[in-house]
Design a protein around this ligand. Structure first.
Ligand code: MN3
Length: 237
């Protein structure tokens, strides 16, 4: 919808309200040309018993949906709405709180769904396994450091495995919906290979205050095939 159409709808909507009609134009919300909620790539119950059905429903259908809606609303009619999400985050998150919070929420969750999978028995591919040995000493040390970052993040946030500009893997965590694409003070920069949502909404129904148990369960549903894909793509960038 262009600006003129938007104004016309607004005026018409106001007129309809004024005569007390319930015409649908009154409810019609102007649409952004922006971002959409991706469907989960598996059923809500696919990650049981590690991540429960109800948590997946609420997390995707309520929380993620809200980030998308708020982001579109904040960018309505603005040129930023046309930017690719990664570029939007790297260029605008530091100065635009809606982009930082809702854009971050949209990116982080879109990534998170794809990082989970019901496929059993996955393990890291050779390239990333070798890089983990090189940069952490062993797979076990990588996992311990990642778990520690996820556990130590105070309040709401994410733990990350990232590839930095020197093509080195490292582990970090961010508050709220921040991520390592954003140019923020105190946030490490790098391409997010793997992220774990440690907001209470991600685990509280099943695990309550036991974040540690949720973190341990996460490894059973980690989609290593997708982790490998991201790693191999990031190496080429
Ligand atoms: Mn979440």
């Amino acid at each position: 919808m262009n600006k003129r159409d938007f104004l016309r709808t607004g005026v018409l909507g106001a007129a309809v309200v004024a005569i007390g009609s319930a015409h649908s134009l009154v409810q019609a919300k102007p649409k952004s040309n922006g971002f959409t909620l991706p469907p989960l790539p598996y059923a809500n119950n696919a990650l049981e018993p590690y991540i429960d059905t109800r948590t997946m429903e609420i997390h995707h259908d309520k929380h993620h949906k809200a980030y998308v809606g708020e982001l579109n609303e904040a960018l309505l009619g603005k040129s930023e709405a046309k930017l690719p999400l990664e570029q939007l985050l790297s260029e605008k998150a530091s100065t635009n709180t809606a982009v930082r919070n809702h854009g971050g929420g949209h990116y982080n969750h879109s990534l998170f769904w794809k990082l989970l999978s019901p496929a059993k028995g996955q393990s890291p591919g050779k390239n990333i396994a070798d890089a983990m040995v090189r940069d952490f000493g062993s797979f076990q040390i990588f996992k311990e450091k990642f778990n520690a970052a996820a556990l130590a993040r105070f309040g709401s946030g994410w733990a990350w495995l990232i590839l930095d500009k020197n093509k080195k893997l490292s582990i970090t965590s961010t508050a709220n919906q921040d991520n390592t694409l954003m140019n923020l003070p105190d946030v490490a920069k790098g391409f997010p290979i793997l992220g774990l949502d440690v907001w209470e909404h991600a685990y509280y129904l099943k695990y309550q205050n036991e974040r540690k148990d949720y973190i341990e369960a996460f490894w059973n549903v980690l989609n290593w095939a997708y982790v490998d894909k991201r790693f191999n793509e990031a190496l080429k960038q």
